[in-house]
Design a protein around this ligand. Structure first.
Ligand code: SAH
Length: 464
């Protein structure tokens, strides 16, 4: 980060701009949203600037600035669109103590003007340090679309209420009150009855929070999805926004932990198939202890918490301690994996059941109904299956499975380092070995990656 983003207080401060053309107009439109005292130096100002001066929105001096003219300014914009003239005025401004921006000259500027999304008092500033203005514009468009137009109004109403809200205990009680207002009660009241309704809803909400029991902890058992942050549910994001403590599995992607509230305590409770582990009973104890002391605990599990996640044990620990809990489902690894090989887990006329299997369980390699699985057309998503590959292959073939049955191996599904291998049951252990597949992977038994399958079908047609 070469440039540190800050917001500068401009009430009663002087901002000077030299230039009277298109670049000057663009900057002035932004600056006039602030309470700064704006002075423009321009020998030939655009008509808009003359009008603004007539309306008293800025002071216009119809000449170029000379030494002494920029004294006392906090910011200076060199916007004459003439490099030599900009260098001259920038040197004066620097000597007279202003921070200098030269339009379209990143290298000689002391600060940058970001792309701005304005929902005053909520302001989003987007910068790419000049590397990708197109990107900044498209991010701006996305944020514009994401932030409701009424957000600024809601924040203004909220601001007037901040003092009253101090009657709620600081920390979680107050945060819960505000997030319910901004994300739930506020927008819906505002939509139905405008500002007045939003104000009334805010007061009612406040009364309700004031009289409700606070200080009680809770546990959300949340699915973090397979890794891609865009595959998180909105509920999961909301839970991360509110968490006091996040206890996460080893497989939860760092990009997802980044989304937790900045003040949240993050605890890694990694369980690894064959490696060192935090024992389940210690995890249960940790969850209960934090929630018991009043914290909002998010127990973040990779994929879906109900799939090979030892969810019941954690729920039972919460129940035993009388702690409120809820489950937020997530996208399981198999769903991400099958999406990325372009196949469907079920298919008319091929398979009407799908199994989710684990390659190994607490007792070692896991046994399954091999006879059924060995039938043509069966599909199974096999978790933790890589080390068990030889065992799985042996059992399935012993029960009559065709060695040519397709198997897709999807490593790091949905992550930037995802790898997909289309192999056959007969070749599975050897292929896994030679691919040095050691990242988390799902095996999709009975499914080939669509592209590979299309190639096979063409070959078969060729032979027919
Ligand atoms: N609850 C998780 C599964 C936990 S068990 C879920 O619903 O996805 C851990 C196993 O899940 C790993 O050994 C691996 O088989 C699989 N897994 C988890 N994330 C994965 C990913 N991004 N890509 C492929 N497999 C993954």
């Amino acid at each position: 980060m070469q440039h540190f983003p800050i917001f500068i207080a401009l009430d009663g401060q002087s901002v000077v701009l030299a230039g009277g053309g298109a670049a000057a107009l663009a900057k002035l439109r932004l600056l006039m949203k602030t309470p700064a005292e704006i002075t423009v130096f321009a020998a030939r100002p655009a008509p808009e600037i003359t009008d603004w001066a007539a309306e008293g929105r800025l002071t216009l001096i119809t000449k170029a600035p000379m030494p002494g003219d920029i004294k006392g300014a906090r910011l200076f914009y060199a916007a004459s669109e003439d490099a030599a003239e900009d260098a001259r005025t920038a040197a004066i401004a620097r000597a007279e103590g202003a921070l200098v921006n030269i339009v379209d000259n990143l290298g000689d500027s002391q600060f940058l003007t970001p792309a701005i999304v304005d929902r005053d008092p909520v302001v989003v500033a987007i910068g790419t340090e000049g590397a990708a203005p197109v990107l900044a514009r498209s991010i701006k468009a996305d944020i514009e679309a994401f932030l409701p137009a009424a957000l600024g109004r809601l924040a203004q109403i909220g601001r007037a209420f901040r003092r009253a809200a101090r009657a709620l205990p600081p920390g979680r009680a107050r945060r819960d009150f505000w997030s319910e207002y901004y994300f739930d009660t506020g927008p819906s009241a505002q939509q139905k009855g405008g500002d007045q309704a939003a104000r009334a809803a805010l007061s009612q909400l406040f009364e309700r929070h004031l009289s409700s029991k606070t200080g009680e902890g809770r546990v959300d058992l949340v699915g973090a999805g397979p890794g891609d942050p865009e595959l998180l549910t909105l509920k999961a994001r909301r839970a991360l926004d509110r968490a006091d403590v996040v206890i996460h599995d080893r497989l939860v992607a760092p990009q997802i932990l980044e989304l937790a509230r900045r003040e949240a305590v993050i605890i890694a409770a990694g369980k690894q198939g064959f490696g060192p582990a935090v024992a389940q009973k210690d995890i249960n104890r940790m969850i209960v202890e934090h929630a018991g002391s009043g914290a909002h605990v998010v127990r973040l599990k990779s994929g879906d918490p109900t799939v090979f996640g030892r969810l019941d044990e954690e729920i039972e620990a919460c129940e035993a301690a009388g702690i409120t809990w809820s489950v937020v489902p997530g996208i399981t690894a198999a769903s991400a994996a099958v999406a990325n090989i372009g196949q469907s887990l079920t298919r008319r006329g091929r398979n009407s059941t799908v199994r989710f299997l684990t390659g190994h369980d607490t007792a070692g390699f896991a046994d399954h109904d091999w006879r059924t699985l060995a039938r043509p057309g069966e599909v199974a998503a096999i978790y933790m299956g890589k080390r068990a590959a030889r065992f799985l292959q042996g059992r399935l073939m012993m029960h009559g499975a065709d060695p040519a049955t397709p198997v897709s191996v999807i490593e790091n599904a949905s992550r930037p380092d995802q790898r997909i291998f289309g192999v056959t049951l007969g070749d599975l252990p050897r292929a896994l070995n030679s691919a040095k597949a050691d990242a988390p992977a799902v095996l999709l038994y009975g499914l080939a990656p669509r592209a590979a399958q299309a190639r096979l079908e063409t070959l078969e047609q060729g032979f027919a």
